[in-house]
Ligand binder design. Structure first.
Ligand code: CP
Ligand code: NVA
Length: 300
């Protein structure tokens, strides 16, 4: 049976641990078993912009021995009204997997239901699970563990925050999210995680949340597709910024994370983003290694 990766909870805690182990092994360069996906083709279907996700998948797929076929979804017949169902069935006859970046999460669920090949979520409005995989590898590398790590996320309760909640559930990270009222993460994702024992709390005060953090994390205030809300959101998010004052409240060895791209001077200052505590470039690199481990596991 094919397996999709639409949200982080498509993996069990054990599958996650083994995927992170494999990603480290691939990163170390010690495994010389080359090209497990030789002769395969993976579609990269994007209708939002991307730097990291697109290039890390495209490069990783090449390194695994397969070819990546990148296409903006507007250039498919989907853009002229062909159904998702027909598209899914046809692409399943050519490809061995699809990575998709789009708006509605329900769209990729429909694509997955109608495909016989694995569908990987390269970001929807609701989830960004590939990002969370790289985030967990980065924390593990820098802190030596995930369980019990105190992570504070400052900012919008968006796709990245939703996937971090699921990461907390799977890994035992202790997560605090500080966001303005009305900008909380998805309530079903949050309630499900809490009901299943995740240590996740939502608060409104960034300074209280940052106290004693091992990890400070933020993302843009305005996500792709929310461009009309720029002015309203900027007002609401004043004060939800990772700056040196906030960093000083965390543990002395705190690491600072951001999925990137950053809006410097909004959710994070230049000073913090470029400081020795910032691990954002390692985080971006880890997209490559974790996604290779993921594709190796899913694509048959
Ligand atoms: N973090 C991330 O997904 O970056 P891109 O939007 O550049 O892919
Ligand atoms: N929350 C951001 C993440 C970008 C990687 C967005 O959806 O635009």
């Amino acid at each position: 049976m094919k397996k999709d990766f639409l949200t982080l909870l498509d993996l069990s805690p054990e599958e996650l641990r083994s995927l992170l182990r494999r990603a480290s092994e691939l990163k170390s360069g010690k495994d010389t078993s080359v090209c497990p996906l030789i002769g395969k083709s993976i579609g990269l279907l994007f209708n939002k912009t991307s730097t990291r996700t697109r290039i890390s998948f495209q490069t990783g797929i090449y390194q695994l021995g397969a070819q990546a076929i990148y296409i903006n979804t507007n250039e498919l017949q989907l853009g002229r009204g062909e159904t998702i169902e027909d598209t899914a069935k046809v692409l399943s006859r050519y490809l061995h997997g699809i990575v998709i970046r789009t708006y509605e999460h329900a769209m990729i669920e429909n694509l997955a239901r109608n495909s016989t090949i694995p569908i990987v979520n390269g970001l929807t409005d609701l989830h960004h699970p590939c990002q969370a995989l790289a985030d967990m590898l980065t924390i593990q590398e820098k802190k030596g563990k995930l369980k019990g790590i105190r992570m504070t996320y400052i900012g919008d309760g968006n796709n990245v925050a939703n996937s971090l909640i699921e990461a907390a559930l799977l890994s035992g990270i202790d997560l605090v999210i500080a966001c303005p009222k009305g900008f909380e993460p998805d309530s079903r994702i949050y309630e499900h995680a809490r009901a299943n024992g995740a240590k996740v709390n939502i608060v409104t005060n960034p300074a209280d949340a940052a106290k004693d953090a091992d990890v400070l994390y933020t993302d843009v205030w305005v996500s792709m597709g929310q461009e009309k809300e720029v002015e309203r959101k900027k007002k609401k998010f004043e004060g939800y910024q990772i700056n040196s004052k906030l960093v000083s409240l965390a543990k002395p060895d705190v690491i600072v994370m951001h999925c990137l791209p950053a809006h410097r001077g909004e959710e994070i200052t230049d000073e913090v983003l470029d400081s020795p505590q910032s691990v954002v470039i390692d985080q971006a690199e880890n997209r490559l290694h974790t996604q290779k481990a993921l594709l190796e596991k899913l694509v048959k």
